[in-house]
Design a protein around this ligand. Structure first.
Ligand SMILES: Cc1cc2nc3c(=O)[nH]c(=O)nc-3n(C[C@H](O)[C@H](O)[C@H](O)COP(=O)(O)OP(=O)(O)OC[C@H]3O[C@@H](n4cnc5c(N)ncnc54)[C@H](O)[C@@H]3O)c2cc1C
Length: 377
């Protein structure tokens, strides 16, 4: 009997992990993949839904299409996890594993920003759908894109939203009647890449987008349409695109895995303090930003270790902390930055690729290759 591998969460990390294990070991592996949802949606697809470039049904990838030899998908909601016994309790039963990979992503922490839950945000699927319905009714005014704390998912996404909003309002002929403001907790839009940050700041300046660095959205008074920042400043808005703060999934709290908010791991091996338990992606402190591409890199490293173990060898693969981020610049152009977080002891190194139409095809290939590999679509 092969060892039982439990994978908690079928997001970017969980899907890549299970696909890699199945591709290498086929029916010789015994993997149970658990997720409460019935479909996966790429994070960036929320921007497409928000700006009317895609319908929700077109970007939902149903798990019933995730068919891999050796992998069993269970649509169940995890209610508790015991990392010592490697035992998971769900709304439908109990599962144990010889190896457990926690890939539960991060929960949005609406309670951290009073008023945000009653206002509007574009980071959840329902939030993006709701704002996508509101946008065609918007006749111009003050658009505010504001982040409620760091870390947050996909650091470039609020900058992308600002540039895409500029294009959207221009197309509608109401850009002149509108203001766009972006509030970020960082000094520059993409701290690991000074070149990408310079290009984004230049794009904001060219388009008349106001950038407020090193500030955090603290509170929203939706009835008055006012956002309150961490320095007490009140920013009036007509349309708010909020970005919620995040925290590790609540289900992990209290089980000893999240002593300081997220799951600490060895950044090279993704091992937690509990033997046989790994954590990857947004739920883990894996030394990289909270983005799918880095969850995927961590998943590949864990998969390689498990494959080596299952074949009777020693785990040799290490997490490299590298990944490419595509950034929408508007006008159909996309920029890219290839970032390496671990090789240089002085800090992350990014290689910047100027925005171009050719890079849009690259991003489309990034999405379509994963759709094909994971879902056969
Ligand atoms: C607007 C936006 C744009 C983005 N753009 C990009 C981009 O261009 N490139 C990029 O790389 N990243 C992007 N991201 C970030 C990316 O979506 C996340 O970082 C990535 O999905 C994290 O992968 P993960 O595997 O850690 O978690 P997730 O993909 O979030 O998966 C976690 C899974 O766990 C499941 N789960 C959670 N709790 C439970 C429970 N109790 N029981 C059962 N199942 C549970 C969830 O249903 C989910 O399927 C973007 C995000 C947003 C919001």
């Amino acid at each position: 009997m092969p060892p039982r591998i439990l994978v908690l969460g079928a997001g970017f990390g969980g899907l890549e992990l299970c696909s890699t294990l199945s591709a290498a070991l086929g029916a010789d592996v015994d993997v149970t993949l658990i997720d409460r949802a019935d479909a996966f949606t790429f994070g960036y697809a929320k921007l497409d839904v928000l700006f009317g470039r895609a319908a929700l049904d077109d970007v939902r990838l149903p798990y019933r299409r995730f068919l891999k030899p050796g992998v069993r998908f269970l649509q169940e909601s995890i209610v508790s996890f015991d990392p010592v016994a490697r035992r998971v309790e769900t709304d439908r039963g109990v599962h144990t594993g010889d190896h457990v990979v926690v890939a539960l992503g991060a929960d949005y922490d609406f309670a951290a920003t009073p008023g945000l839950a009653e206002a509007t945000e574009f980071y959840s699927v329902p939030g993006a759908v709701r704002l996508g319905r509101m946008l065609p009714e918007f006749s111009g005014g003050r658009v505010l894109i504001a982040v409620a704390g760091a870390p947050f998912k996909c650091p470039p996404a609020p900058s992308e939203a600002a540039l895409m909003m500029h294009d959207y309002l221009t197309r509608r002929g109401i850009r002149g009647a509108s203001e766009i403001s972006l509030v970020l907790p960082f000094k520059v839009p993409v701290p690991p890449s000074p070149e990408m940050s310079r290009a984004l700041l230049a794009a904001f300046a060219e388009r008349g987008i106001t950038f407020t660095p090193e500030r955090v959205l603290r509170r929203v008074e939706a009835a008055r349409r006012v956002a309150i920042l961490d320095d007490g400043r009140e920013v009036p808005y007509d349309l708010l695109l909020g970005v919620p703060a995040i925290r590790a999934p609540r289900v992990l709290e209290g089980c000893g895995l999240t002593p300081d908010g997220f799951v600490p791991v060895d950044s090279k091996t993704l091992e937690t303090a509990f033997p046989g338990v790994y954590a990857i992606g947004d739920c883990a402190r894996q030394g990289t930003p909270k983005a799918g591409v880095f969850a995927e890199g961590a998943a590949r490293a864990v998969a390689a270790s498990l494959i080596a173990r299952l074949r009777g060898g020693a785990p040799s693969a290490v997490h490299r902390g590298t990944g490419s981020c595509y950034i929408e610049f508007g006008a159909d152009r996309i920029g890219r930055v290839d970032i390496d977080f671990f090789s240089n002891p002085a800090g992350p190194v990014g290689i910047y690729h100027e925005p171009s139409v050719a890079l849009r095809r690259d991003k489309e290939e990034f999405g379509s290759s994963r759709r094909a590999r994971w879902f056969g679509l």
